[in-house]
Ligand binder design. Sequence first.
Ligand code: URA
Length: 207
Amino acid sequence: MKTDFETLKDLHQYYAVHNTCKLKTVATQPVYEIEPPSSGILFIGEAPGRNEDQQGRPFVGAAGKFLDELLQTIDLTRDQVYVTNVVKYRPPNNRDPNEEEKKDCKVWLNSELLFIKPKVIVTLGRHALEKFIPNAKISTDHGQNFTHPTGIPVFAMYHPAAALYNPNLKDTMKEDFKKLKEFLKTIETKTKKDKKKKEAIDAILDM
Ligand code: URA
């Protein structure tokens, strides 16, 4: 896997050429963001829809608008976070991406993760959740946090599009975002404590 990229834009331009995903031939273009997140928070959806396919940017349609609303409820804006998808091309008629398509886009996503080194990953829907926590089930595990073997915390969230089809899920997602906010605070506290511990160790080593 090639990992020595200067920028996210370079990374995406490389993988847009060097990938074997068959959706490439039917989609308008690959869909991605090029700015790393100032917050260290990375959201992962499933695959682009029609609007995303046309604009080349993730979550710009109705599901994206709802995601923006949810972010606002926890005092985050879209440009503070990074949003990506398991599959970078739109599947025809918005069908679910299949196993082969997910596999063919895997190095691209893994390379993004290595570049960004997120503080926390928020999975949107089951495809993203399954990638990180294979035995988790979105219906029972949404609103909960897990630790990936890499040590990166993973927070399971329903997909915002699911809430557009099933309005009952809107409130559930709002509640889950509140839980996410609390979880982010605990990560922040832990990071500060770890930093202090490291500073104390460094100070002792300097004695
Ligand atoms: N749904 C997704 O999973 N990703 C997008 O980018 C848009 C809608």
